[in-house]
Design a protein around this ligand. Structure first.
Ligand code: ZN
Length: 203
């Protein structure tokens, strides 16, 4: 399976990164070795001094598809979860400076913790899903899919022009504003609406 992540999909986050708001989806990949499941801890890597949390809704692809039309895209995902797109911001800044690829900053081991998935039918409307992240009990990021620059359907359709989507692939759909550093000993808890679906520690 593969993990596809959308960058800058919430305008307020693009602003806080001093990045332009994109006119078409920006995406990058993480390998399966980035996954952390079952609320296992994240081990702070020694190559970075600035790991940031980016809480994101995650789509699970339920069947193979290529060149998926926007109007059929919703049929390729039944389950939605929440995850963290951990980013080594110090390394990312260096990569950006030199115009180099981001993988070292984005795709390292453990950079994609994911929580439990829930059936889409449990949520009222895809374009009005509230989610948030707490750090040691305090809310640090809050988002709602009504602020998405590119909807879930648009993102699925767009990605599938370039990559065949396969069953089990995951799409991280972008982070709202409020990204920030984590430290050893921190506890991160992520919620869709009021349901806690992810809860783990930084070690
Ligand atoms: Zn992200």
């Amino acid at each position: 399976m593969k993990i596809i992540c959308i960058g800058r999909n919430y305008a307020e986050h693009a602003k806080e990164m001093n990045a332009a708001v994109p006119t078409e989806p920006v995406f990058f990949l993480k390998p399966d070795t980035a996954l952390i499941k079952d609320n296992q801890p994240f081990y702070y890597p020694d190559f970075s001094k600035e790991i940031h949390h980016e809480v994101e809704l995650v789509l699970k692809i339920n069947k193979p598809g290529k060149n998926i039309a926007v109007e059929f895209a919703h049929k390729y995902c039944d389950e939605i979860g929440i995850g963290i797109d951990f980013t080594a911001r110090d390394i990312q800044a260096k990569c950006k400076e030199k115009g180099l690829p981001w993988e070292k900053a984005k795709a390292f081991d453990g950079s994609a913790p994911i929580g439990q998935f829930i059936n889409k039918n449990k949520l009222k409307e895809m374009n009005n899903i509230a989610f948030h992240l707490t750090l040691n009990g305090n809310i640090v990021q809050q988002g709602n899919t009504n602020d998405l620059l590119f909807s879930f359907d648009t993102v699925i359709s767009y990605i599938s022009k370039f990559f065949t989507l396969k069953t089990g692939d995951l799409i991280f759909t972008g982070t709202p504003e409020g990204v920030g550093a984590v430290a050893i000993g921190d506890r991160l808890e992520a919620y869709i609406e009021n349901e806690k679906l992810l809860n783990f520690e930084i070690k």
